[in-house]
Design a protein around this ligand. Structure first.
Ligand code: EPZ
Length: 417
């Protein structure tokens, strides 16, 4: 199993190109099932979750060609109406094919995603929404069957809880439903807005993307399109914190600054020197940092996907910082591993208190989930001595060539196969 070996203390200097957003690419790939035409997607990151989704689309009958840093996909005919357990157990975002399959073929059979390290992560709201649009949903032997033989009908649905992929799933389903759908309390993440933009290019009629109320006028069919997805705001945030921890000067290229509001505000409060120039951000480390509290919230609040990385930054700040996780029930798996590196962090329910300013020493640690892995890399960059991170396959799910990108700007980081 791959490991990463990092020697801390190196000063980073240079420039990193930000990749396309994994969490925009996954719904975009699923959306290709909504048309029989060819769809060309650009700036798709080469990460494991994307390869998993591409494999799932092929198993459903789509032709999938990786080219020019993106995909050319055509689901001319749907041969298999679902996602088997073997695929879904490795990536719960496979549930994103539910809405498109029911909308396109009138039927979907998708394995219920298991939980994952950060929480139970049910898809009950996805299913409630599909039922509201007229699908009959039943569960048997760990699979969800959703059937709408007469097609889906537009309806009004209020999300009982804000859900990102739930919003994406239902937006895709509503695009081909008969009549108008209103989705209230929808997710406002940039990835949702990016999907709406792609669907609109395919002929969908969607208003309110990026707000909590979406109005979708269903159409008979959707056609192909070309779409380049947005840059990855979480990858950007991860490298901003790497820069704050260990850089003389680090430039990030191909950034969408508008997607980073809450994080940039918190970095400024902590005293991190970040300059913005068009689609580039320049971060300079070396300044003493202030401890700053964060509470994770749905967009445009502070993203839960940056919570672990923020904790790594606060390890080097003066004073104590509170990190409160409100989205997932078990997203502090990185805390125990950080403790092995000398961190002093107290947990009290969904709040962690980080006692900053203590020396960090390299250690052997274990990754537990995607963003916890990134947190351990960041802490290792700031630690004294050698850190070996095990189970880095978690990292490879969502970061394109992270070790290569960091090594290219001076980090001592190597992959041990
Ligand atoms: C998306 O997951 C992201 N994944 C996650 O990123 C991200 O952490 C999360 O949104 C929150 O921003 C993708 O976009 C592929 P949710 P998603 O549905 O859609 C509960 C990463 O690190 N809920 O917004 O699965 C759920 O349990 C990953 O890149 C229900 O109860 O998250 C959670 O507590 C991790 N029932 C809350 O809502 C449902 O039917 C928010 O989950 C759906 C969700």
């Amino acid at each position: 199993m791959d490991q990463l070996r990092i020697i801390g203390g190196r000063r980073l200097k240079g420039s990193i190109e930000i990749s396309g957003a994994k969490n925009a690419a996954l719904p975009a790939l699923a959306a290709t099932l909504l048309t029989a035409d060819e769809v060309r997607l650009g700036r798709i990151p080469s990460v494991r979750d994307i390869r998993t989704m591409a494999g799932l689309l092929e198993s459903i009958g789509a032709s999938v060609v990786r080219e020019n840093g993106g995909y050319r996909i055509q689901a001319a005919a749907i041969s298999e109406s679902g996602a088997p357990y073997e695929r879904v157990k490795t990536m719960r975002a496979s549930s994103l094919v539910l809405g498109p399959l029911v909308a396109r073929t009138g039927r979907a059979r998708v394995s219920l995603p298991g939980g994952c390290a950060i929480g139970a992560r049910p898809i009950d709201i996805h299913l409630l929404g599909l039922q509201t649009l007229g699908a009959e949903v039943r569960q048997e032997a760990g699979y969800i069957e959703a059937v709408a033989t007469e097609g889906l009908r537009g309806a009004r649905f209020t999300f009982p809880k804000i859900t990102v992929t739930g919003t994406e799933d239902l937006m895709m389903a509503a695009a081909l439903a008969k009549g108008e759908t209103m989705l209230d309390n929808a997710a406002r993440e940039p990835e949702v807005a990016d999907l709406a933009e792609m669907l609109t290019k395919m002929g969908a009629r969607i208003e309110g993307a990026g707000t909590s109320t979406l109005r979708i006028e269903g159409v008979e069919r959707l056609h192909g399109c070309e779409h380049a997805i947005i840059p990855d705001r979480i990858e950007t945030g991860t490298y901003l914190i790497a820069g704050a921890l260990a850089a003389d000067e680090l430039e990030l290229r191909g950034v969408e600054t508008d997607h980073l509001g809450a994080l940039l505000d918190k970095l400024a409060q902590a005293g991190v020197d970040v300059a913005s120039e068009g689609d580039r951000l320049i971060v300079r480390g070396g300044r003493p940092l202030m401890a700053v509290d964060v509470t994770t919230e749905e967009h445009p609040g502070f993203p839960t996907d940056m919570q672990a990385q923020w904790m790594a930054l606060m390890l080097t700040a003066q004073g104590s910082a509170h990190v409160t996780e409100t989205i997932f029930e078990n997203r502090f798996m990185h805390v125990a591993e950080l403790g092995r590196m000398g961190a002093k962090i107290e947990l009290n329910g969904n709040q962690a208190t980080i006692r900053g300013g203590r020396p960090l020493t390299g250690a052997r640690v274990m990754a537990s989930d995607l963003r916890a892995s990134a947190c351990l890399v960041l802490a290792a960059l700031a630690a004294e001595g050698e850190t070996v991170i095990e189970r880095v396959y978690h990292l490879d799910r969502g970061y394109e060539n992270l070790d290569g990108k960091l090594a290219a700007v001076g980090a001592s980081i190597e992959r041990i196969v």
